[in-house]
Design a protein around this ligand. Structure first.
Ligand code: ZN
Length: 121
């Protein structure tokens, strides 16, 4: 099973492309297969890259487009609930998983499928 997960991880990472663009609105963004960073110094930030790779896994698992729909819907529900952008953003299930595990460099090798839906808020 672990071998299958590792193969899945390496398959996803194989198509990853890192792009530096000062025109993106955030320090980094993941839009599979792109990881875009605003500053080339971020390319050596392993925690940030791991965070974005967790989003790649979520995106691939949800066949890309549904990820963005759920992401936006979750944000809007949170915005109504918390009436605060930062809190609404941090409480998005995909962000909760990514922030909770971004410092664990082995996380994607042991992550369970649909793990973003198992996060307790
Ligand atoms: Zn994120």
């Amino acid at each position: 099973m672990l071998k299958t997960l590792n193969n899945f991880t390496s398959l996803i990472n194989r198509y990853e492309m890192l792009v530096v663009s000062r025109f993106i609105p955030y320090p980094a963004m993941a839009m599979y297969p792109l990881i875009m960073v605003r500053d080339s110094r971020h390319l050596s930030d392993q925690v940030l890259l791991n965070h974005e790779r967790i989003h790649h896994r979520q995106q691939v698992e949800l066949f890309i487009l549904p990820f963005y729909i759920l992401y936006g819907f979750n944000y809007l529900v949170n915005l109504v609930r918390y009436k605060n952008h930062d809190q609404a953003y941090r409480k998005i299930i995909f962000e909760q998983e990514a922030y909770s595990n971004e410092e664990d460099r082995l996380y994607l090798t042991k992550r369970k499928r649909w793990a973003c839906f198992l996060i307790k808020s």
